[in-house]
Design a protein around this ligand. Structure first.
Ligand SMILES: [Zn+2]
Length: 259
């Protein structure tokens, strides 16, 4: 019998040159199903994996060294700012995004990251301004549409948010998980259950087995009184997250309804 070997794959971090272990399955499924995540470009993915596996401080030191030797390189400023966002050091990150934008104003990708940083600090109005600015510079980049949609959703501006998500979907013909998932949530909140169902199904086609989308789909079936289908979805979630309270509650409600 042929033996199939799954060799652990090792890659080199493009930043600090440390060895990074790849999870081939995870790496491949991301490559296959998510077609447009510049922040998760193969290079970016390796940098993030390296930060999880090795000391992230190495990266900080490298960025700072390059910044001191090459202070006019706005990209290094925003890379370090991104790193700080990942470390949840948001105030420091904000400062660096501003500096990066001073060197190279109106860089739409940096504006987008800056908007995300403001959103994470719950400064939603400020984030909306910055996402809009990024869209003005280049309306063909998908990320600021997603960011703007989510900020508007946060402000309960559901119809405006839906427009932004649909815009970002138009820009990603092969499908991008976050926009379909967020659109599903936005439609659900407008009580457009049928359309929300389609959006979650679409997001599951892009990222099969995703537990969040599966749970939301279950809830939509539940609310439409499609209890068999709902039950199936909730069982899928519990198989991976056996202690998930919300899912257990739904299953209990289905059981009591059936009695
Ligand atoms: Zn590294």
């Amino acid at each position: 019998m042929a033996r199939i070997k799954f060799l652990p794959k090792i890659a080199e971090c493009p930043l600090c040159k440390s060895a990074v272990k790849l999870d081939p399955v995870q790496y491949m499924s991301q490559q296959m199903h998510d077609d447009s995540k510049p922040e998760y470009s193969p290079k970016g993915q390796l940098i993030m994996l390296c930060e999880k596996q090795n000391s992230p401080k190495n990266h900080e030191r490298i960025y700072q060294r390059v910044m001191s030797t090459n202070p006019q390189d706005s990209e290094v400023w925003s890379l370090l700012a991104d790193y700080l966002v990942r470390q949840n050091r948001l105030a420091e990150a904000e400062d660096l995004f501003k500096k990066s934008l001073k060197i190279k104003p109106k860089d739409p990708l940096v504006l987008n990251q800056f908007g995300n940083c403001l959103f994470k600090q719950k400064r939603i109005e400020d984030a909306i301004v910055v996402f809009n600015e990024a869209i003005q510079v280049n309306p063909k980049i998908v990320h600021p549409w997603l960011g703007l949609g989510t900020a508007l959703l946060n402000k309960d501006k559901l119809k405006e948010a839906e427009k932004c998500y649909r815009k970002s979907i138009d820009l990603t013909p092969y499908g991008w998980y976050p926009t379909w998932f967020q659109l599903g949530w936005c439609l659900y909140r407008q009580k457009k259950l049928k359309e929300a169902e389609e959006a979650y199904l679409k997001s599951l086609r892009i990222r099969p087995g995703d537990l969040s989308a599966t749970f939301h789909l279950g809830r939509i079936y539940f609310e439409q009184n499609r209890l068999r289908e709902a039950e199936k979805m909730f069982h899928v979630v519990l198989r991976s997250l056996p202690n998930n309270r919300e899912t257990q509650d739904f299953l209990n409600r289905i059981r009591t309804t059936n009695r």
